[in-house]
Design a protein around this ligand. Structure first.
Ligand SMILES: Cc1cc2nc3c(=O)[nH]c(=O)nc-3n(C[C@H](O)[C@H](O)[C@H](O)COP(=O)(O)O)c2cc1C
Length: 207
C-alpha cells in the first residue's frame, strides 16, 4: 500500500469563507457533496466508548440535522445503543472522498422524542420496518433461517407491525467540529469550532 499516494488540490478552506455556525457550515458541505452525485453522502462513522473504555466504530446513516444536532436511528439494545446509554460521549466522522474533505463532530447524545421515532419508523418501506422489528441487533443468533422465518411471519401479518420501543433515534448535540480540506503537499486546512456558551470559536490546527 505504500505506493498509494494522492495529492489533494481541489479546494481551500479559509477562516473568512466559513459560516459562523458549524451546523450551517456542515449543511453547506453536505449539499456540495450531494451535488457531486456521491452515493450515501449521509453515511458516517459513529464512534462510541463502553464500560471497558474500549472504542468501537461503525457506519450509520445521518437522517436529520435539527437545530441542536445530528439524528440517526438504531436499536437501543445494540452494542452502540448500550454504550451510548452508558457513556453519551460520541464522535461522528464523514469522509467525502470526491471533495477531499473530512468532518469530525464530537458531543453528547440524547434520545429523541418517541413521536419523532414513530414518524420516521412508519415513513420507511414496510420491509425495512420488519427488518428493524425482528433484528436483535448485535446479539448472537443461530443462523439466518431464524431471521427469515420472523421476516416471513410479519410479511404475512402486516397488521402486527409496530415500532419496537427499543428502536429509535439518537441526537448527537455537538460541542466540537473539525472541517478538513485536503491541500497540496499534505499542508491541509483544518478549521475547528469549539462551543463557548451559545456561540462558537473558530481556530486553525496544524495539518
Ligand atoms: C452504509 C451503512 C449504513 C448503515 N446504517 C445504519 C443505521 O442507520 N443504523 C444502524 O443501526 N446500523 C446501520 N448500519 C449497520 C452498522 O454499521 C452496524 O453493523 C450495526 O448498527 C450494529 O452495530 P453495533 O453492533 O456496533 O451496535 C449501516 C451500515 C452501513 C455499511
Amino acid at each position: 500500500m505504500e505506493h498509494l499516494r494522492k495529492e489533494y488540490s481541489r479546494d481551500v478552506l479559509n477562516e473568512s469563507n466559513v459560516h459562523e455556525n458549524p451546523l450551517e457550515q456542515f449543511k453547506i458541505w453536505f449539499d456540495e457533496c450531494l451535488n457531486t452525485g456521491t452515493r450515501e453522502a449521509n453515511a458516517m462513522v459513529l464512534s462510541t466508548v463502553g464500560h471497558d473504555l474500549k472504542p468501537s466504530s461503525r457506519v450509520v446513516l445521518l437522517k436529520n440535522v435539527q437545530e441542536d444536532g445530528f439524528v440517526f436511528y438504531t436499536n437501543y439494545l445494540s452494542k452502540k445503543g448500550q454504550q451510548l446509554f452508558n457513556n453519551p460521549n460520541a464522535c461522528l466522522l464523514f469522509f467525502w472522498d470526491v471533495l477531499e474533505r473530512q468532518v469530525r463532530i464530537e458531543g453528547l447524545v440524547k434520545t429523541i422524542a418517541e413521536s419523532i421515532s414513530d414518524n420516521y419508523f412508519y415513513s420507511r418501506p414496510v420491509l425495512s420496518q420488519i427488518g428493524a422489528m425482528i433484528s436483535t441487533q448485535s446479539q448472537k443468533i443461530q443462523g439466518r433461517a431464524e431471521l427469515e422465518e420472523k421476516f416471513e411471519y410479519y410479511k404475512a401479518h402486516p397488521e402486527q407491525i409496530k415500532r419496537p420501543e427499543h428502536w429509535g433515534g439518537f441526537c448527537l448535540v455537538p460541542d466540537y467540529f473539525e472541517f478538513w480540506q485536503g491541500r497540496e503537499s499534505r499542508l491541509h486546512d483544518r478549521l475547528i469550532y469549539e462551543r463557548s456558551g451559545s456561540s462558537w470559536t473558530i481556530s486553525r490546527l496544524a495539518p
